[in-house]
Design a protein around this ligand. Sequence first.
Ligand code: ATP
Length: 242
Amino acid sequence: MSKSSTLIELNSVYKTYFLGTQKVKALKNINFSIMHGDFIAIAGPSGSGKSSLLNLISMIDEPTNGEILYGDVKIKDLTDNQITSFRNKKIGIVFQNYNLIPVLNAVENVAFPLQINKVSKKESIERASNLLEEVGLGEHLNHRPNNLSGGQKQRVAIARALITNPEIVIADEPTAALDSKTGMDIINLMKHLNETKKTTFIFSSHDPKVIDNVDSVITLRDGEIIQAENAVLKSKEEVINS
Ligand SMILES: Nc1ncnc2c1ncn2[C@@H]1O[C@H](COP(=O)(O)OP(=O)(O)OP(=O)(O)O)[C@@H](O)[C@H]1O
């Protein structure tokens, strides 16, 4: 896929949470496109809407208003089953707290999504082992999560997100539970995988060191995009301070 084609488009996206009679406007008029091959960081202070935005792009949640398109497909036109199948094929998700299965070792955790997709045990273990080698964990294939460091667990989680060859990996604060150096190693690994596999990455962070090392940054404040460096905005007027 060429880098210039659009993978995901957000058009006038709003997210409002209703807490009893109270409304929380978490995202307001968000317009941008994610292109194939992009490596985008979402920055912004606590409560600015980063998780809400990533949950919409992951299809874990749906917008209150506006629409999200994957290629030509409008997400709001899909049934719940179609969303699940679409997400399984196209999206890999990395969580702040890794979400590994404690009773499975590293290679079994990474092979798990393939086994759900009915790939044979032999092939799935082989592909998982190769990917763990690629993320620098060739020596730790048989270690369970409890016997891995935070950075190693996040490498396993990244390999698990990539094992199905998704078009995009979405990561909400993937470095938040790690020290600064280990966090930077994880960002550099994601960048390396973005360059070698051409997988698109979008992730959130409040670490200024991380943000300073990423070319494409979208900054949110109070649910609005206030700055976008090298990201494809749908409407320049939306950017208040850039
Ligand atoms: N399920 C929910 N119900 C009600 N309000 C919510 C819900 N989720 C988020 N919010 C509110 O929406 C706003 C945006 O929250 P969000 O978690 O998206 O921000 P964030 O930038 O990811 O914050 P953090 O960096 O602390 O994780 C906040 O005011 C938050 O309190």
